[in-house]
Design a protein around this ligand. Structure first.
Ligand SMILES: [Ca+2]
Ligand SMILES: [Ca+2]
Ligand SMILES: [Ca+2]
Length: 171
């Protein structure tokens, strides 16, 4: 099971199919409480289907969680939480063939062709279905795709490239 810290709480599971409708009968999702307040989201995957997970605090704005799964297996995702309420849902994409690159390598693929891989986007809170390569959420002058290339954190200004250097000239 993948487990990464995420400080929100989810009380309700909603289901959406982005490109194809998903029936509830084939899409059983469970939400259980684990040790030390962790919430475990679990669902049985369907073959040739890729899953993204979104969360929302107030059902107005949805954000992607740092997880991408594919195929017919039991998928589990642990969430550390501290807030009182929230919602989440699955965003799914179906493929015709087993060997479609988007299905065999959904994390390394770039669904919105913005130069950032799907995994990089969800790990950094970006939208893997909207081209946001020129955004600069940390305001450090390096846009997201340049941060990915440089291996720096697009949500933090700690990039070596933008650190000020002070030179004191002697006389
Ligand atoms: Ca992308
Ligand atoms: Ca994007
Ligand atoms: Ca930046």
């Amino acid at each position: 099971m993948k487990s990464r810290p995420f400080y929100f709480t989810w009380m309700l599971v909603a289901i959406t199919g982005a490109l194809t409708p998903v029936s509830l009968s084939e899409q059983q999702v469970s939400l259980t409480k684990g040790d030390s307040g962790t919430l475990n989201l679990e669902w049985l995957g369907v073959i040739r289907r890729v899953y993204f997970v979104q969360w929302s605090m107030e059902l107005l704005e949805w954000n992607y969680l740092p997880v991408i799964e594919a195929g017919e297996e039991i998928n589990s995702f642990g969430i550390s939480s501290s807030s009182a309420k929230g919602f989440f849902r699955l965003h799914t994409i179906d493929y015709e063939n087993d060997d479609d690159a988007g299905y065999t390598n959904p994390e390394g693929s770039d669904f919105d062709n913005d130069g950032m891989s799907n995994l990089f986007e969800v790990m950094n809170g970006f939208n893997p279905f909207v081209a946001d390569l020129t955004a600069d959420p940390d305001g450090d002058g390096l846009n997201n795709v340049n941060e990915q290339t440089a291996g720096t954190d697009p949500k933090s200004k700690d990039n070596p490239a933008v650190k000020l250097s002070v030179v004191v000239a002697g006389d």
